[in-house]
Design a protein around this ligand. Structure first.
Ligand SMILES: Cc1ncc(COP(=O)(O)O)c(C=O)c1O
Length: 398
């Protein structure tokens, strides 16, 4: 059975060109870039090239890039660095729709270390209110951390505007751009962001490599302490194969982003329009006009998302309900709850996230197979009984 992979916000296929580029670093180029000998030194030279490629995608300086192990490490490093560099400031501003890499850390910092956190809400389309961001910043705010694009809905936030507000108020600004990098243009020369997180496996590099942009002269406190790698900003022998791969993936993103976005958006739109037309009681979640070109989050009312996923899985289709990190629990997604999506719809939400490796045949297959799945599940669903009653509009405040 063919696999139709539409779960690219969870992780992506390693691009064959990326794989080719990293191969020699498993076999002949295995030296340690910190070694004094030329054998290790040549790897160091290639890491430098990779750093320049990542910086080129973001339009920043290569030495503003710190390689990490993943997006979560970059996020944790950014927040903790800002807090440790400003010990007199005890307040954080973030949103209710962040990835757990930010949200769980903030909850931990509140509970264990006594920090105060303001969690900004959204409207029903998942949009933030700029005035609320301005109002939330206080004299003791150490950092504002707001994601660039949401992993569940694909919503793109006005990061240029938010970064400018933080700069004007003299507050450190971090953005989790894990879903944005490689999918939309980012220009750190013109956007006053202090720190930005990215993750290799979301842009066709392998798992286990990420990066944190830290603007020159921003006071920085390392998260991992030890050796002098990454100019003493992140200890640990570099994941050389991963870094080389990330560099290549960034180069490919620079070369192909525009044409790929057009193609992926067209596939996504055909899928989305077809599903919404064919399946009654289905709604689009998120900001229709301002989201990633690859993402479509649709709620199929009165049916369980997990059941839909299982049925699709049997037919070779991979997608997500909620985010990959929260599926496995029967709680509806925190993002949809923050948007006030009614219970009977939040439970039946499916995220389709496409990539350059999807085809028109993939979309046709999903359009053929999903409507009958939903129809059959609705016959069995306990939620169907609620259809005649008004949909529960409980808002899922935490
Ligand atoms: C928005 C966002 N931030 C952070 C992460 C965590 O990235 P990683 O899996 O590389 O730790 C993810 C992964 O799903 C994400 O989507």
């Amino acid at each position: 059975m063919k696999t139709i992979y539409m779960d690219n916000n969870a992780t992506t296929q390693v691009d064959p060109a990326v794989f080719e580029e990293m191969k020699p670093f498993f076999t002949e180029l295995y030296g340690n870039p910190s070694s004094m000998h030329r054998f290790g030194g040549q790897v160091g030279v290639r890491l430098k090239e990779a750093r320049a490629r990542v910086a080129a995608l973001l339009n920043c300086e290569p030495d503003e890039i710190i390689f990490t192990s993943c997006g979560s490490e970059s996020d944790n490093t950014a927040i903790r660095s800002a807090l440790n560099a400003q010990p007199d400031k005890r307040h954080i501003v973030t949103t209710r729709v962040e990835h757990p890499a930010i949200l769980s850390l903030c909850k931990y910092l509140e509970k264990k270390d006594g920090y105060e956190v303001t969690y900004l809400g959204t409207d029903e389309n998942g949009r933030l209110d700029i005035q609320e961001i301005k109002d939330a910043i206080r004299p003791d705010t150490a950092i504002v951390s707001i994601m660039w694009a949401n992993n569940e809905t694909g919503n793109i936030y006005p990061i240029e505007e938010i970064a400018a507000i933080a700069k004007e108020r003299g507050v450190v600004f971090h953005t989790d751009a894990v879903q944005a990098v490689g999918k939309i243009p980012i220009d750190l020369k013109t956007t006053p962001i202090d720190m930005l997180s990215l993750s290799g496996h979301k842009l066709h590099a392998p798992k286990g490599v990420g990066a944190l942009f830290v603007r020159k002269r921003l006071p920085f406190r390392p998260f991992l302490i030890g050796g002098h790698q990454e100019r003493s900003r992140r200890a640990g022998t570099e994941n050389t194969t991963g870094i080389i791969a990330l560099g290549k993936a960034c180069e490919l993103a620079i070369q192909h982003m525009d044409e790929e976005n057009t193609a992926v958006r067209a596939l996504r739109d055909t899928l989305e329009t077809g599903l919404l037309a064919a399946i009654p009681d289905s709604i689009l979640n998120g900001d229709r006009d301002n989201r990633l070109p690859n993402t479509s989050n649709i709620s199929f009312g009165y049916v369980e998302g997990e059941a839909i996923l299982l049925m699709m899985d049997q037919l070779g289709i991979c997608a997500s309900s909620g985010s990959a990190c929260t599926s496995g629990s029967l709680e509806p997604s925190h993002v949809l709850r923050a948007m006030g999506v009614p219970f009977t719809f939040a439970h039946g939400s499916i995220r389709f996230s496409l990539s350059r490796f999807n085809t028109a045949q993939d979309v046709d297959y999903v359009l053929e197979t999903l409507p009958p799945i939903i129809k059959n599940l609705r016959k069995l669903s306990p939620f169907s009984a609620q259809k005649s009653a008004p949909a529960c509009t409980k808002s899922f405040s935490e």
